[in-house]
Design a protein around this ligand. Structure first.
Ligand code: F0G
Length: 456
């Protein structure tokens, strides 16, 4: 029997239907930067899966009961119980979102000149490491280099490269190892338990703290249950518990796998580190029992964590992503294989060989998807990861020219996904019509969000 979502839709929100002419004008007004499009000009929004999931009636009921006491509110204790049960970390702090968790934790862990090693740092994670004067170094496993291969855990860290650094002269400079589950910056691929255990052993041997960036802990756990020998008999909650138990602590945006509009958590074992985080949190985010979140957000997160670990939900979400992947591949567009859960990554470089890296094939495809069907998604290629000179000329392209189509949780039906695949099929029938782009303005910091481009 085909998996189906374990919920029905009770509240809906209308989506805008626009004409090509309106979209042409809107994209030109946005200087061809999708982040500058008003959402009322977007039909299917696949920009992110963060804070965009549909909340449940149970989440809204809990939110309505929220206790807004400044200190020690009922909502905080509910949040604590949900995270205590999952993580086993003795020190848990709510924070408003993942990047705040990164800032608070890293500023107690990392010193200027130190190195943070990761399978791949997410962009805010990298920024928070670099703002402290430390270096963020990615060590993705070699299997990720082949986008078409079916290796099940292409999100793993390269253990040999990790050990070589820990054994070598740079060991003194390594401030932390941070594993992102699932690996959002690396094709949304999962990390295996075997890889996490090996990281634990290396960190013990060389005395380095090991943290998780656990934004998609439930989806990673589900893919472990599905793909890793020896885990098929466990529930996703059991695997998630084992995952958190392996690390010294975590940062986790809860806008993804807690299916909440806002929220994040810091969890740590070390009491000294906890004290430092707490002082920083109280000074900059909020008191330790709300950390910058409204009580209703604490409630939505606590309830969302229960819902996201339901195997029926995860099975249906994985099936949706797999179905979407099949439609897109049949439409003639290659994706990073095997498909993960939270997003599909389109191989724009392969679809648009007539556009060189300095014409930004990923960005060109994302723009064309918007113009053709009002679908918004984002480039992960040379525009984002390449190196540029002062005149905005690309001097070093990214290894791949990808476009990420994130899939918000419980938000779109299979009919919406079929529509997006139709848009892609239309483009893939005649890819030569897709034009190149040129950067006309870009700030130094967080350039991706603030770029201005023109079509060539
Ligand atoms: N870590 C990972 C792996 C993420 O994917 C994100 C956010 C963050 C940290 C930061 O969390 O947004 O709550 O501050 N990712 C979103 C995305 C924005 O679209 O992938 P945040």
């Amino acid at each position: 029997m085909k998996p189906f979502p374990p919920y029905r839709i009770q509240v809906v929100k209308e989506i805008p239907i626009t004409t090509r002419q309106q979209r042409e004008e809107a994209l030109a007004r946005a200087s061809y930067n999708a982040f500058d499009l008003p959402s009322n000009m977007v039909t299917i929004d696949l920009l992110t899966d963060s804070g965009t999931g549909a909340v449940s009636a149970a989440q809204e009921a809990a939110a309505a009961q929220a206790d807004r006491s400044y200190a020690g509110s009922d909502s905080y204790y509910r949040f604590r119980r949900a995270l205590d049960d999952l993580t086993s970390y003795p020190h848990i702090f709510p924070v408003h979102q993942g990047r705040a968790a990164e800032r608070v934790l890293f500023s107690s862990v990392l010193k200027p000149g130190q190195i943070s090693l990761s399978n791949t740092h997410f962009d805010t994670t990298r920024a928070n490491v670099e703002l402290l004067g430390a270096e963020a170094r990615d060590l993705p496993c070699p299997e990720f280099g082949d986008l078409s291969s079916q290796e099940p855990f292409k999100g793993n860290i390269d253990l040999e490269a990790l050990e070589a650094i820990l054994r070598g002269p740079e060991r003194e400079r390594v401030g932390q190892v941070l594993i992102t589950i699932t690996n959002n910056g690396g094709g949304g691929q999962p990390v295996s338990m075997a890889n996490l255990r090996a990281v634990r052993a290396l960190c013990d041997r060389y005395g380095v703290p090991f943290f998780l960036d656990a934004a998609r802990f439930a989806e990673n756990s589900w893919l472990v249950v599905q793909r890793e020998p020896g885990y098929g008999h466990l529930t996703p909650r059991e695997v998630a518990r084992q995952t958190f138990a392996l690390a010294d602590g975590c940062v986790a945006s809860l806008k993804k796998d807690a299916i909440a509009p806002m929220g994040a958590v810091i969890g740590v074992r070390d009491p000294e580190l906890a004290k430092q985080c707490e002082a920083n949190l109280i000074a900059t985010e909020g008191f330790r029992t709300y950390g910058g979140l409204a009580a209703h957000d604490l409630e939505r997160v606590a309830q969302g964590i229960e819902e996201v670990l339901d195997p029926n939900y995860l099975r249906s979400r994985e099936a949706d992503a797999a179905y979407f992947a099949e439609l897109v591949t049949n439409a003639g567009v290659d994706i990073v294989q095997p498909p993960g859960i939270h997003a599909l990554y389109l191989n724009a470089g392969r679809l648009l060989p007539h556009i060189p890296p300095h014409g930004f094939p990923g960005h060109a495809l994302a723009c064309e998807m918007y113009l053709t069907g009002g679908v918004r998604c984002v480039e992960l290629g040379s525009l984002y990861l390449g190196k540029f000179d002062e005149n905005h000329n690309l001097i070093e392209p990214a290894p791949f020219e990808l476009v990420r189509m994130a899939i918000p949780r419980r938000t779109y039906t299979q009919a919406h996904l079929e529509y997006v695949a139709d848009v892609l099929a239309d483009i893939a029938k005649n890819p030569d019509r897709v034009a190149s782009y040129r950067v006309v303005d870009a700030p130094k910091l967080l350039r991706h969000f603030n770029l201005k481009l023109e079509r060539i």
